[in-house]
Design a binder for this molecule. Structure first.
Ligand SMILES: [Zn+2]
Length: 164
């Protein structure tokens, strides 16, 4: 099922919900359609535009700064699904400083990697190899949670995520 991006009354991106949920919010007058998919959902009596982006009519207070949970999917989203050593399609997660050498399971020490690079690096430190990182791993931008929720961010969502 397709999903919709939910914006706060202030246009700040809030979360991603299944399209069906977005339709219910619009029908309940809790949200308005900002961007429609062009497709309609049919029930017995009516046809409803399926939204791709909706904006809540009321303000939701966001008391905390979201920090994307560290998992494989989130790391792949941050690294664009590319091996951070050679640029090939990523297949696994590599700890830059291996766990066996005291490396932590933290954003700053994990990168997406392809299988050959992972095998080649083994449990060595980067300095012990000829491998180089394309960029230093860091805690992702806040909007990364959107990419994590949907895999890849639809192009027409981008304008709504830039202010975050
Ligand atoms: Zn690689």
């Amino acid at each position: 099922m397709a999903r919709a991006l939910v914006l706060n009354a202030t246009y700040e991106p809030l979360c991603v919900v299944p399209s069906r949920r977005a339709v219910v919010l619009v029908l309940d007058h809790k949200a308005e359609i900002v961007h429609a998919t062009g497709e309609a959902m049919h029930s017995e009596r009516l046809a409803v535009d399926i939204p791709s982006v909706i904006r809540l009519r009321y303000l939701v207070k966001v008391p905390y700064r979201r920090r994307a949970a560290l998992n494989r999917r989130a790391v792949f989203a941050r690294d664009g699904h590319r091996c951070q050593y050679c640029g090939a399609a990523a297949e696994s997660i590599d700890h830059v400083v291996p766990k066996s050498r005291g490396g932590g399971h933290v954003w700053e020490n994990v990168v997406a990697a392809c299988r050959p690079c992972n095998v080649r690096k083994r449990d060595r430190l980067l300095a012990e190899t000829s491998m180089r990182l394309k960029r230093r791993p860091s805690v992702p931008r806040e909007v990364t949670w959107v990419a994590v929720a949907v895999g890849r961010v639809p192009e027409h969502w981008e304008p709504y995520l830039q202010s975050a």
